[in-house]
Design a protein around this ligand. Structure first.
Ligand code: UDP
Ligand code: MG
Length: 357
C-alpha cells in the first residue's frame, strides 16, 4: 500500500452516482438513531445520492426493530439481517455484498467514525483513489495498554506481513467499485478485514481525523477478544510464525547437538557418573516446552485450514430488504431533518422476534 507510487488520474465524475454506506450493528439500540440522524444530516449537506446498508449482526436488543422503523421512513435503506451474530468482519462482508453503489463507505454505528468525514472520503475518490481510508490522529478513550498493544501489533504486522498495514486505521473507509468487487471476491472464512483491505492493493489515500469516544452503548471488545483478533490478524495474513517455529526448532537442535557432543566427550574422558539429574530435567522440560509451543503454532494454522476446507457460506440471512435506490433524499435539504427524532419505536417485540426467526 504505497501511496506515493500510485497517483491515479482524476475521475471525470464529480461524485459517485450512488454511494452505499455500510453500517454493521450489534446491540446498538443506544446509538443507532443518533448515528442515523448525524449520517443523514452529513449526507444531505453533501447532496450525494446514497443508500444506507444496515447489517444487523444478530442483535438481541431493539436494533433490528429500529432499522425497520428507519426503513419505513427512508426507503433508501437496505437491511441485511444475519441469522446470528457472526462478528463484525463477516457483518461487513454481508453489507458489502448487498451494497450497490459505485462507491461504498464502511462506518461503525457507534459514532466513533464521524459521518461528516464522508465528504473528504468522496473528495479522495474524485481524485481517482479506489481506497480512501480514514486515519486517526489521536486515540481518544483508549488506555495506555490498548495504545501500546496496538502499536506492537502494527509493528509485528509490518515486519512480517506481505503488505503494509497502515497504522491507526480502522475499517472506516471508502472503497470504489473495483475495490469492493475485489473484497467481495475474497471468500475466506478467517478474514481480517484490515488485512484484506490492504491486500487488494489499488491506489490508496489516507484522510486524517480525530477518533471520538463511543457515543453510547458498550464496546464489544475486551482484551481476550482483542488477543484473539490479533492472532487472527497474524495467522490470516502471514506465515511468519511458522517460519519462526522452524528457526526455533533448528536453533534448539543445534544447541542439543553441541550439548550431546560435550557429554559424550566428557563421559569418554572422565567415565560415567550418576550425577547430572538437574541438567537432565531442565533439558527435557525445555525441549518439551519448545515443542508444545511450536505445535500450538502449527495447530493454529491447521485449524484455519480445516475451517477453510469446509467451504461453508460466510453467513446466512433471515431477510434482506433491499433499498429503493431510485429514491433520493435530498428533498429535505433544508438542514433540519424533519423525519427523525420522532421515529416511532413502539414496535411490538413480536414483530422483532418473528423477523429474527
Ligand atoms: N459490531 C458488529 N458485530 C460484532 C461486534 C461489533 O457488527 O460482533 C459492530 C458494532 O455494532 C459497531 C462496530 O462493529 O458498529 C464496531 O464495534 P465496537 O464499537 O464494539 O468496536 P470498537 O469501536 O471498540 O473497535
Ligand atoms: Mg466502537
Amino acid at each position: 500500500m504505497n501511496d506515493a507510487a500510485s497517483i491515479p488520474a482524476q475521475r471525470k465524475e464529480d461524485r459517485p452516482a450512488l454511494l452505499s454506506i455500510v453500517c454493521p450493528a450489534f446491540n446498538e439500540e443506544a446509538v443507532l438513531l443518533d448515528f442515523h440522524r448525524r449520517l443523514r444530516r452529513a449526507m444531505t449537506a453533501l447532496e450525494q445520492p446514497f443508500e444506507v446498508v444496515f447489517v444487523n449482526d444478530g442483535s438481541r436488543d431493539r436494533t433490528l426493530a429500529m432499522m425497520y422503523a428507519l426503513r419505513e421512513r427512508h426507503p433508501n435503506t437496505t437491511i441485511v439481517d444475519l441469522s446470528r451474530n457472526f462478528g463484525k468482519e463477516i457483518a461487513l462482508t454481508a453489507g458489502l455484498d448487498a451494497a450497490r453503489g459505485d462507491a461504498v463507505v464502511v462506518i461503525d454505528t457507534d459514532l466513533q467514525d464521524p459521518p461528516e468525514l464522508i465528504g473528504s472520503l468522496i473528495a479522495g475518490w474524485r481524485e481517482g483513489y479506489d481506497v480512501v481510508y480514514a486515519q486517526r490522529r489521536k486515540r481518544h478513550g483508549d488506555g495506555w495498554l490498548k495504545k501500546l498493544t496496538a502499536l506492537m501489533f502494527y509493528r509485528l504486522m509490518r515486519r512480517s506481513g506481505p503488505v503494509e498495514l497502515p497504522e491507526n486505521v480502522g475499517d472506516f473507509r471508502l472503497l470504489g467499485r473495483k475495490a469492493v468487487n475485489a473484497v467481495c471476491a475474497m471468500r475466506e472464512r478467517h478474514r481480517f478485514m484490515k488485512g484484506v483491505f490492504a491486500w487488494i492493493g489499488f491506489p490508496s489515500k489516507a484522510v486524517p481525523y480525530n477518533r471520538e469516544r463511543r457515543h453510547a452503548g458498550k464496546t464489544k471488545w475486551n482484551y481476550w477478544r482483542l488477543w484473539n483478533f490479533s492472532i487472527e490478524g497474524v495467522t490470516s495474513s502471514t506465515l511468519a510464525p511458522l517460519k519462526l517455529s522452524s528457526y526455533l526448532g533448528f536453533v534448539t537442535a543445534v544447541f542439543a547437538f553441541i550439548m550431546g557432543a560435550l557429554f559424550i566427550v566428557k563421559t569418554a574422558i572422565f567415565g560415567e557418573t550418576v550425577q547430572g539429574f538437574p541438567t537432565l530435567i531442565t533439558v527435557i522440560l525445555f525441549l518439551g516446552g519448545v515443542q508444545l509451543c511450536v505445535l500450538g503454532v502449527i495447530g493454529e494454522y491447521l485449524g484455519r485450514v480445516f475451517n477453510e476446507t469446509k467451504h461453508r457460506p460466510l453467513y446466512f440471512t433471515n431477510e434482506i430488504a433491499m433499498s429503493d435506490i431510485g429514491c433520493q433524499e435530498s428533498a429535505h435539504s433544508d438542514g433540519a431533518d424533519p423525519s427523525q427524532g420522532e421515529v416511532n419505536l413502539k414496535i411490538d417485540q413480536g414483530a422483532v422476534s418473528r423477523r429474527a426467526g
